[in-house]
Design a protein around this ligand. Structure first.
Ligand code: SF4
Length: 410
């Protein structure tokens, strides 16, 4: 199977069977790195590319792919993680439900650890905010679940309790939420509608001051649901773009595709993950999704209020909205400047304006064991991925039980 860039990337793939090893093979990785270097040299200028997917950041860090790119090609992380961009109002609402309303609040484990805006009283480390885990420590019934199905099962088993699922995610997770509501959720079950739709964000980002990116690597799993056409605005805005899978060969192929587009001066919407992503997306999932949810404006934490970038329950399903069911618990952040705790640069990290190691708190006051800002919490968060894979070599400091913060090299 010959790649359209002239690389035989399909060799070694037998029939329709997916073998991950084929997409991690050193020969292909090396060949792609060489092609990327040649194309970057032809471009003869620095190039900045952005991906918008936590799994991409994870895999780029895990396989050290940035080290394979020439110095002139930089791959930045944008708004990659729904937990990181989740509006702090939703988190404060969930905390209020758990602490004040006696509701069972369920969500994914990483969401439980993200701070909102409510100050954590008695905390000596400065501007530390409450998370749902802190709410649990104060007596709230907060439970980690692996899916909405598990949350709905808790509601079925405890009909005397109100159970809320904090539904946070991009295009992929909202499909499961729609599926559960469509098939009939228990009457004591409701959701916090914190689901985000990515294409309006990629439309907005290039218009923001200081945004300086030549092209986008698009998320393969989200486009498997939506199809590729939802990103057609990017070439119209003069930006190269390509849907990318998650193995090293997938990611490097997409980087090469973007550089080729830039070298030709012809941005286009390319699909470099054709073994999974169909142009039209997953029609069955989409049809269930649009029956339950319609578009709504959403706050992307640290980024902006973005029109039509979220999913709101349609009138027939409004009774499953926790916000509608508990109107007294809804809160509003009075001052958006306080969205992140003092000193945290998650807003800049999320916009690709700063690397995680540009934050003075990275690896010191803020670490995966003790996250201070949202980008350090989730496995999909950029700061956490950089900390995990030592992307900022020599920048981490190790906090010991004795309080020492000697520099360590990772
Ligand atoms: S290192 Fe921590 S405090 Fe700094 S930007 Fe990242 S998450 Fe925020």
């Amino acid at each position: 199977m010959s790649d359209q860039n002239g690389l035989d990337v399909g060799a070694g793939v037998s029939g329709a069977v997916f073998r991950p090893g084929d997409y991690r093979a050193a020969t292909w990785v090396r060949a792609l790195a060489d092609r990327i270097a040649e194309t970057a040299a032809r471009l003869d200028r620095p190039v900045k590319l952005m991906h918008i997917c936590g799994t991409h950041e994870h895999e780029i860090g895990r396989y050290g792919l940035r080290d394979l790119l020439p110095d002139t090609v930089e791959v930045l992380a944008g708004p990659v993680c729904p937990v990181c961009v989740c509006d702090s109002n939703w988190i404060d609402l969930a905390i209020g439900l758990a602490v004040d309303e006696g509701v069972v609040v369920t969500s994914f484990g990483d969401m439980l650890a993200v701070p909102g805006t409510v100050p954590l009283r008695g905390e000596a480390r400065g501007d530390v905010r409450m998370s749902l885990l802190d709410a649990r420590a104060r007596g709230g019934d907060v439970r980690a679940v692996t899916s909405i199905f598990e949350a709905a099962r808790i509601a079925s088993e405890r009909p005397e309790r109100q159970v809320v699922f904090f539904s946070v995610g991009f295009e992929t997770t909202v499909v499961a939420t729609a599926a559960v509501l469509l098939r009939g959720a228990p009457p004591n079950f409701s959701i916090i509608e914190a689901n985000y739709y990515t294409p309006p964000a990629t439309h907005l980002l290039p218009t923001l001051p200081g945004f300086d990116v030549d092209g986008f690597l698009l998320p393969g799993h989200a486009t498997a649901i939506t199809g590729t056409g939802v990103y057609r605005h990017l070439p119209e805005q003069g930006l190269a773009c390509a849907v990318a899978g998650f193995e090293p060969v997938d990611i490097l192929l997409a980087v090469l595709e973007l550089l080729e587009q830039l070298a030709r001066g012809r941005p286009r919407l390319a699909n470099r993950y054709r073994r999974v992503v169909a142009p039209e997306g997953n029609l069955r999932a989409l049809s269930e999704l649009v029956r339950v949810f319609g578009p709504t404006a959403m706050r992307w934490r640290g980024v902006a209020d973005i029109p039509a970038s979220g999913y709101r329950l349609r009138p027939a399903y409004r009774s499953a909205s926790a916000q509608a069911r508990f109107p007294g618990a809804a809160s509003a952040t009075p001052d958006r400047v306080r969205e992140h705790p003092a000193g945290c640069r998650c807003a800049d990290v999320t916009l690709g304006l700063a690397r995680p190691d540009a934050c003075a708190l990275f690896g010191t006051r803020c670490s995966p064991d003790n996250p201070y800002g949202p980008c350090m919490v989730s496995h999909e968060g950029t700061c956490r991925a950089w900390h995990l894979y030592g992307t900022a070599r020599g920048r981490l400091r190790v906090e010991t039980a004795g309080g020492s913060d000697a520099h360590g090299t990772v």
